[in-house]
Design a protein around this ligand. Structure first.
Ligand code: NAD
Length: 516
């Protein structure tokens, strides 16, 4: 097979959309078709209000999708600048699943793989039904020789499952299935894709397998140095992705476990000091070492469960238990936070208003899936406060509502929750302010003590185990503090504590603008 000239991405989600855009941006000669079954999502990708918020993403999409760019524009906020140049468009978003698969030299499967919610392995095993369904469509419509790339995070052995599906439907053709897990982090997706630490490609260790891996390597070599492209066998690649997420989460749970010790020990032991000292050790490094409310999001928990499930299937119960400890600490940390709120408010929330600043699972994204906030809100809702008011500068109210509806509140508890689009409404008359996402807007000196380093990670809000308490005397001061942040950041947007502003008024009811 010759070089890849046409790629089909199946799944226009948080991974498929940005990855396709960056591949298309760096490979102007490759036609990139991104397909999804969700018409609304595709429509949003074709508008100026993309369905996901990532710094710099709209600019990259506009170059590759529309061929337009300010010739002098650089992508801001990246670890290293990237210049954007106008050229022929080569990125298309559509629901033309069958046609796009039929035209492709390579098909990237980027569909969702959540934890199973029912049946065998519910609560721990990955649900690969979307992968199966995509593989069946590929099997029926791909041309001979098309390379199948497994981009989704999957249980070990899924590439083999895809291979079996292909063989069943097309016994006369041999397809090469590669594992190419994605390591981007939401909130910094474009930066991670533009400057990846490594690209991992797993293939069969046969001549055709290695040839397919080399063709995929050429696609990435358009902007990634060959030294950063690692090729291994398929199973090692699948396993490496699960272990990478598990070990990142493990660091968070480790430092959070230390925060519990610091709080109990008294004597002034400070988890931030401990983190600082640990981070200076070059063997450990400073990242993912800030104590906080724990990790949320759609990946870490699912991938830890996935790895633990694999271990228990292999009858390695001690190993499974070791990894599951990460999740136990995470849950413990969340519950400790909710307890702190109640304890600080004299043991009862009755008649009191609680302000929640931040609902996204981390800053820099509008992703609300499995956010820390929703778990803490669930615990607090049980305490029958007068009101829990929520504000997030990047999330649509509709998305917040969807997550809250999932947690099974009683009608009475639900009626006390209010989602606001103005931070002032949220903090007004609140007895406690819970900062649950580390948005830069919430990192003001007056609000959270010294400015935190801008390093982003999933451990939601830095040293946030103590909610901000307020009494009448403090109320005015805290609101002034927020306004001060607003003033300092006023060059960023008109009302930086308000919603992230669309470039122009939204007319298409998109999720991101929340104008539903
Ligand atoms: P997502 O839910 O945002 O996107 C998946 C998309 O696939 C959806 O839009 C869905 O409509 C579409 N889809 C499902 N079945 C389809 C089919 N048969 N045909 C066409 N479209 C179909 O999910 P995501 O966050 O992008 O994650 C995708 C995969 O990448 C998961 O396995 C995840 O674990 C992995 N991953 C995610 C991240 C992250 O930060 N979100 C990072 C690395 C890896």
């Amino acid at each position: 097979a010759g070089p890849v000239k046409s790629i089909c991405f199946i799944g226009a989600g948080f991974v498929g959309g940005p990855t396709a855009a960056v591949i298309a941006y760096h490979n102007p000669r490759i036609m990139v078709n991104v397909v999804d079954l969700n018409q609304q999502r595709v429509d949003a990708w074709n508008s100026r209000h993309l369905p996901i918020h990532e710094d710099g993403l709209l600019k990259v999409v506009r170059v590759a999708r529309d061929g337009t760019a300010d010739a002098t524009a650089f992508l801001p906020g990246l670890s290293r600048p990237v210049e954007l140049k106008a050229r022929q468009p080569n990125l298309v978003f559509s629901t033309r699943v069958i046609e796009s698969i039929g035209e492709a030299d390579a098909v990237f499967i980027c569909v969702n793989t959540p934890t199973k919610t029912h049946g065998l392995g519910a609560g721990s095993m990955a649900d690969v039904s979307a992968i199966e369904s995509a593989a069946r469509t590929v099997a029926k419509h791909a041309k001979a020789g098309t390379i199948i790339v497994e981009k989704s995070t999957v249980p070990c052995g899924t590439a083999r499952m895809i291979q079996d599906i292909l063989r069943y439907h097309r016994p006369e053709t041999t397809f090469q299935v590669l594992s190419n897990p994605e390591f981007l982090a939401e909130g910094t997706a474009v930066d991670n894709l533009m400057h990846p630490d490594r690209i991992l490609i797993g293939s069969a260790q046969t001549l055709p397998g290695l040839r397919a891996a080399a063709l995929l390597k050429d696609v990435y070599a358009a902007w990634v140095s060959p030294a950063r492209i690692v090729t291994v066998n398929t199973f090692s690649s699948e396993l490496a992705k699960l272990v990478a997420n598990t070990m990142l989460a493990q660091r968070i749970s480790s430092v959070n476990a230390v925060s519990a010790i610091c709080e109990e020990i008294g004597l002034g032991a400070d988890v931030d000091d401990v983190s600082l000292a640990l981070g200076k050790d070059t063997r450990l490094g400073p990242k993912f070492l800030q104590a906080g409310v724990g990790f949320g999001g759609s990946c870490f928990e699912k991938d830890i469960l996935n790895l633990a499930y694999l271990a228990s299937e292999l009858h390695l119960d001690v190993v499974a238990d070791y990894w599951l400890g990460i999740l136990r600490i995470n849950e413990y940390q969340r519950q400790r936070y909710a307890c702190n709120v109640v304890r600080e408010l004299n043991g009862s929330l009755r008649g009191k208003k609680i302000a929640v600043l931040g609902f996204a699972f981390k800053d820099g994204t509008n992703d609300t899936r499995n956010s820390i906030a929703v778990h803490i809100i669930k615990d607090l809702a049980g305490e029958m406060s007068r009101e829990i008011a929520i504000f997030d500068p990047g999330c649509a109210s509709a998305d917040i509502l969807v997550e809250i509806e999932k947690i099974g509140l009683t009608q009475d508890q639900f009626s006390r929750i209010r989602i606001c689009t103005d931070w002032r409404e949220v903090v007004q008359e609140a007895s406690a302010i819970c900062v649950l996402t580390q948005w830069r807007q919430f990192r003001g000196r007056q609000i959270r003590g010294p400015q935190k380093s801008p390093e982003k990670h999933t451990n939601t809000s830095g040293r946030a185990m103590t909610p901000i308490m307020r009494d009448e005397a403090l109320t005015e001061m805290k609101i002034l503090a927020l306004e001060d942040v607003a003033r300092r950041e006023s060059s960023v947007s008109e009302d930086p504590l308000g919603r992230l502003k669309p470039l122009r008024p939204c007319t298409n009811n998109c999720r991101h603008c929340g104008v539903s």
